[in-house]
Design a protein around this ligand. Structure first.
Ligand code: GUN
Length: 289
């Protein structure tokens, strides 16, 4: 039987609608949630992602400021920009688009962002909170994948979950989110000796390897939830890591590419910006006494 498609387009639209409602309430109190995005250099994929974030901000009423810096910008100049944004009351969320040019220290820049404004959830204070299962700003992609899994109605607790990819942006936080939900989690990567041995016993399979058609039908457990985080451009078309046609004959639920996880990532960023604005404004009110 063909798998049910987890429709990222429809699910992200639902989340954006909820976020937009929250923004309307904020605006009634004279507060406009604001997001600053720093992009260094002209990586074509990054430029596309940033343009999309700006468009979605505008469509739901978030104030957005894109700060474009040339590829050779010195580390100190970007640090100064982040410090200024940390202090600015119109900005509730700060995001540094990755990857950065090689002369820059990504970790140092990310750890300079005020953790309360860290809408990507990449600051070690937020990843530390995730590690301990405390409420925190969560990275958009794994947060979106979690929402997609929940939308299937499949129980996560007690299931075998396999995450393919161990990046700081997707794989690691995804594994922790699933562990915090009481799944039994395996994390595979490019040196995993027998990938199929892991993937074929996964009830929940999240693939974030960046390798087109890495996951074939024989590697998937019948009825599994398969989430494809891959985004690779092949002949001008975007493709995922999962052989969608073949795997959808085996899986119970599957995400398409495009129209899957990518849209959820942006929707979660918007939700995080509003969540950050709510915490910052509540803190500001309580400090006024
Ligand atoms: N580059 C690829 N994905 C992301 C993301 O989620 N956040 C940022 N800042 N950069 C990225």
């Amino acid at each position: 039987m063909a798998a049910q498609i987890i429709n990222g387009k429809a699910l992200s639209a639902e989340h954006l609608a909820g976020t937009q409602e929250a923004i309307i309430k904020f605006k009634a109190r004279g507060i406009v949630p604001g997001l600053a995005v720093i992009i260094v250099g002209e990586n074509p994929a990054s430029m596309k992602y940033v343009a999309n974030k700006e468009k979605i901000c505008q469509s739901i009423g978030i104030y957005s400021r894109i700060i474009r810096m040339p590829a050779h910008t010195p580390q100190a100049e970007i640090e100064t920009t982040i410090r200024q944004l940390n202090e600015e009351s119109a900005i509730h969320g700060i995001l540094v688009q990755l990857p950065l040019p090689p002369h820059l220290s990504t970790l140092r820049l990310l750890s300079l962002i005020n953790p309360a404004k860290d809408v990507d959830g990449f600051h070690y204070q937020n990843s530390g909170k995730l590690f301990y299962g405390l409420p925190s700003l969560l990275p958009g992609t794994p947060k979106g994948v979690h929402e997609m899994i929940k939308s299937t109605g499949v129980t996560i607790a007690g299931k075998d979950a396999v995450v393919v990819g161990r990046s700081n942006i997707v794989g690691k936080p995804m594994a922790i989110i699933l562990m915090n939900e009481d799944a039994t989690v395996s994390v595979c990567h490019k040196l995993t000796a027998d990938l199929k041995a892991y993937t074929s016993r996964a009830d929940i399979l999240v693939v974030a390897a960046g390798k087109p058609k890495l996951i074939t039908a024989d590697m998937v457990k019948p009825g599994a939830v398969v989430i494809d985080v891959g985004i690779t451009y092949v002949d001008g078309k975007v493709v995922g890591d999962v052989d969608f046609q073949a795997v959808s004959e085996v899986a119970g639920f599957i995400t398409p590419v495009p129209g899957g996880v990518g849209r959820m990532t942006v929707a979660m960023l918007m939700a995080n910006t509003v969540e950050a604005a709510a915490s910052i404004e509540a803190e500001r009110l309580s400090s006024l006494g």
